[in-house]
Ligand binder design. Structure first.
Ligand SMILES: [Zn+2]
Length: 233
């Protein structure tokens, strides 16, 4: 079965890539440059796809970055918030309607190569602050993309009941090279260890009981300190 993976180069979609290959799917991968500051994720996606010999495309949507307003992921005047995802200031990391845009492009590619599905790594730990990560949204989008072509394409999301820690465990089983994946929204050369997505990543490894081989900035608090502090900075 041919599928188009919405592929960010992060740990969730990389685990899904390995999972799809393990299930025997023929996979092509789509990343999108929407003007994100953490463009390094695109390079990580490219490197991992090359190692796996996967056809990987990067759609250049930098021309529409201004439509995303003051999202801290794209606007150079808005700084990336630090701390746990549950904090109110994390809402600045929302990129308006991002999943619809990414999955819509993936559907276009699926249609042009007669793929039967679009795959993405939605999981149960996706946050209430991201409205387009809700399962109701995915269900509605699934119904829509089934009508996008005469030949039905569906939205495949096998991790919808997984926590992020479950994803780490599944990735560990599949020998996913986690250290090559990218999460940090700061987008520097090394994970900062204290933005929302870095903390979520560190927490997931901790809860899974699996060693996190990701290098973090030396100035980031240790996991022990984060745990003692209930993941607050
Ligand atoms: Zn970070």
């Amino acid at each position: 079965m041919k599928t188009v993976l919405a592929y960010s180069g992060g740990m969730d979609s990389t685990v899904l890539l390995y999972h799809l290959l393990h299930e025997g799917h023929e996979v092509v991968a789509l990343s999108v440059d929407y003007g994100q500051k953490h463009k390094i994720e695109l390079q990580r996606a490219k490197t991992i796809a090359q190692v796996l010999n996967i056809h990987h495309e990067v759609a250049d949507l930098r021309a529409i970055t201004a439509l995303f307003g003051r999202s801290s992921l794209t606007n150079k005047h808005t700084s990336i918030p630090q701390g746990h995802y549950e904090k109110e200031n994390m809402k600045s990391t929302v990129v308006p309607n991002r999943n619809m845009i990414l999955l819509s492009l993936a559907t276009a590619w699926a249609s042009s190569i007669q793929a039967s599905s679009v795959s993405y790594a939605a999981h149960a730990g996706d946050h209430a602050i991201y409205p387009d990560c809700r399962e109701e949204f995915a269900e509605a989008l699934d119904r829509a993309i089934r009508l996008a072509d005469w030949q039905e394409i569906y939205l495949y999301r096998p991790f919808v009941c997984f926590t992020k820690a479950d994803l780490v465990k599944r990735g560990n089983e599949l020998k996913v090279p986690f250290h090559k994946t990218w999460s940090c929204y700061e987008g520097k050369e090394i994970h900062c260890g204290q933005c929302g997505t870095c903390i979520e990543r560190r927490e997931a490894f901790h809860l899974a009981g699996i060693k996190d081989a990701t290098p973090y900035l030396e100035t980031a608090p240790t996991v022990e300190r984060m745990v003692a502090n209930e993941w607050r900075l």
